[in-house]
Structure formats: structure tokens, C-alpha cells
Design a protein. Structure first.
Length: 90
């Protein structure tokens, strides 16, 4: 975890929880507080201090429990969403 400490030492706690995207399909996200907009092409995930848009093909939630979320389908992009439009994920 020393690498993470070094990367995020000046972020004032703004770091997202970790996520992994599998080549060929799916992904795993830690620390998800809520799910926003949801379709087979786009899912918005809310974290304590940020939100993320996941874009892809045939996306679906395979599992969501205790903040851990597993997506199935092909993920083609993950990006930070507009922080002004976070909604209840604050």
C-alpha cells in the first residue's frame, strides 16, 4: 500500500476506492455508496466524495453487496463524473 500512499498524499482524501476492469469483460468496484443512472451502455456509481461513469456494452450489475459491486458486460470507459451532479453520493 505504500505506492497508494505516495500517489494520493496530496489529494486531501479525494481518492476513489479501488476498481479493476477485466480485459474481455466486467469489472469490480470497491466502496460504492449508491448506483445512479443505469442502462446497458452507462452506469453511474456514487462514492463518498466522487462519482464515476462507466460506459460499455451489455452492462449489468452481477453483484452489489456491502459497497462491493461487480459489473458484467464489456467496459469501454471509466471516468470521473461532474462533481456538481453527484446527488446523494456526497
Amino acid at each position: 500500500m505504500r505506492l497508494y500512499d505516495e500517489i494520493f498524499k496530496n489529494t486531501e482524501g479525494m481518492a476513489l476506492s479501488r476498481y479493476t476492469v477485466a480485459v474481455g469483460g466486467g469489472g469490480y468496484f470497491e466502496g460504492v455508496k449508491a448506483v445512479g443512472d443505469f442502462s446497458s451502455e452507462r452506469i453511474v456509481l456514487f462514492f463518498p466524495r466522487a462519482s464515476v461513469e462507466v460506459e460499455g456494452v451489455d452492462l449489468s450489475i452481477a453483484k452489489y453487496c456491502d459497497g462491493d459491486l461487480r459489473l458484467s458486460g464489456k467496459i469501454v470507459g471509466v471516468r470521473l463524473a461532474d462533481t456538481e451532479a453527484r446527488g446523494k453520493g456526497d
